[in-house]
Ligand binder design. Structure first.
Ligand code: ADP
Length: 397
């Protein structure tokens, strides 16, 4: 069966096509700047010349039709009937969705009811599903939620110490995100260790533009650093992560910023960018190497926050079998890995500098031979995980 995985943003659609019999990726690409005067279409397929076109793409419906046309033109699909299912990434599934679900009217309604919890992400995800259902009414569509893996977090870890009504009336609690990635790398680590995931305690660190840490006990998420929204926890490219909530009110009073302006500062002007002006980790390294003290500080704050969560989740789990780094930074940045794990030898976490400096192609073991806790860099593949869950949801796995 061929499964198309879609990640719909406000003005973009990213896609990957998988052949599930051998989990081969047949094609990938994206349509950007939808609704703008000049759109961009990029398609890459096995054994075909990459395609890059600039032209207007009116709306998501047109973008989807372009994607399907490209998949048929480059031979990845014989025709649209060759498509077994579409798996959609949906950011927020609230408490309603603990696994992937086949999309129907009731599911669409529930995802739209969750919009207040994820106003930036759920509307474009929902719009992508609507357009895909319109364009391919005969193809089964499955929604896979970023939050679902974290629905196993127990109440003492998902409740904030706020008045009860914040939870009962307004659904304020920790939901957690990046669940598909944490689940994928956890499974990959278990495969690599040759042990069942259900027997393992892991700390997984997804470090990309967004960043989150997850404590996994016996294969299930029991705590994660992102909270009601993806703003809490680790330092990110432009997001602050943990901050004293009173800073918010203090800065609004001190500067005259509105709540919306303050929210923008915390989401888009903070993190690495706030600390040193650069949100891309490679740029932060370049600036630090060129002697910019702010960039060095940004690196230190970034790694210190990770180290703090490693210690916290060690305490949560009691026993840790492995720590897994993933995401663009986690997979590629050996300096961040060594700085984050520095000084944790007493916890049984010891890196091997040579192994740590090697490139990560799939699974790279970076811990020293005598490290009690294994440390890995593992390339994530959220799209393949979405395709797998789509297949499981349709009962064909
Ligand atoms: P997203 O969260 O948007 O999926 P990625 O997982 O691709 O993003 O991560 C993007 C981050 O990874 C950026 O900060 C980028 O600088 C960083 N990154 C990518 N490659 C490297 C590398 N070789 N060394 C250090 N950082 C890297």
């Amino acid at each position: 069966m061929r499964i198309l995985v879609l990640n719909s943003g406000s003005s973009s659609i990213k896609y990957r096509l998988f052949r599930m019999e051998d989990e081969a990726q047949l094609a990938e690409g994206h349509v950007d700047r939808i609704g703008e005067p000049e759109g961009l279409l990029v398609h890459r397929a096995e054994g075909a010349e990459p395609v890059r076109e600039t032209r207007p793409v009116r709306d998501h419906g047109e973008g989807l039709r372009d994607i399907l046309a490209a998949l048929v033109a480059n031979g990845a699909l014989a025709d649209t009937a060759d498509l077994g299912a579409i798996g959609h990434r949906v950011v927020h599934g609230g408490e309603e969705f603990t696994t992937a679900v086949r999309v129907d009217e009731a599911v669409m309604r529930t995802i739209s009811e969750l919009v207040p919890l994820a106003p930036l992400h759920n509307p474009p995800n929902l719009h992508g599903i609507e357009e895909a259902r319109r364009a391919f009414p005969a193809t089964p569509q499955v929604a896979v939620f970023d939050t679902a893996f974290h629905q196993s977090i127990p109440p003492h870890a998902y409740h904030y110490a706020l008045p009860r009504s914040a939870y009962t009336d307004h659904h304020v609690r920790r939901y957690g995100f990046h669940g598909t990635s944490h689940r994928y790398v956890a499974r990959r680590a278990a495969q690599h260790l040759g042990r069942p995931l259900e027997a393992l305690n892991l700390i997984t660190l997804h470090l990309g533009n967004g960043a989150s840490a997850t404590a996994i006990a016996a294969g299930r998420s029991v705590d994660t650093s992102m909270g009601m929204t993806p703003l809490e926890g680790l330092v990110m490219g432009t997001r602050s992560g943990d901050v004293d909530p009173a800073v918010n009110f203090y800065l609004q009073r001190a500067t005259g910023m509105s709540p919306a302006e303050m929210e923008n500062v915390l989401i888009r002007e903070s993190g690495l960018k706030g600390l040193c002006g650069a949100n891309d980790m490679r740029e932060v390294h370049r600036l630090a190497a060129a002697g910019y003290a702010d960039a060095r500080l940004a690196l230190e704050v970034f790694c210190y926050r990770i180290r703090k969560y490693l210690g916290a989740y060690y305490a949560v789990l009691g026993r840790v079998d492995a720590v897994v780094f993933t995401g663009g930074i986690g997979e590629n940045d050996h300096t961040v890995r060594s700085c984050s794990c520095g000084g944790l030898e007493r916890l049984g976490i010891r890196l091997d500098p040579e192994r740590n400096a090697a490139p990560c192609r799939d699974v790279l073991e970076v811990s020293a031979a005598n490290s009690e806790v294994k440390v890995f860099a593992i390339r994530t593949n959220e799209e393949l995980e979405i395709a797998r869950q789509t297949l499981v949801c349709l009962g064909q796995s």
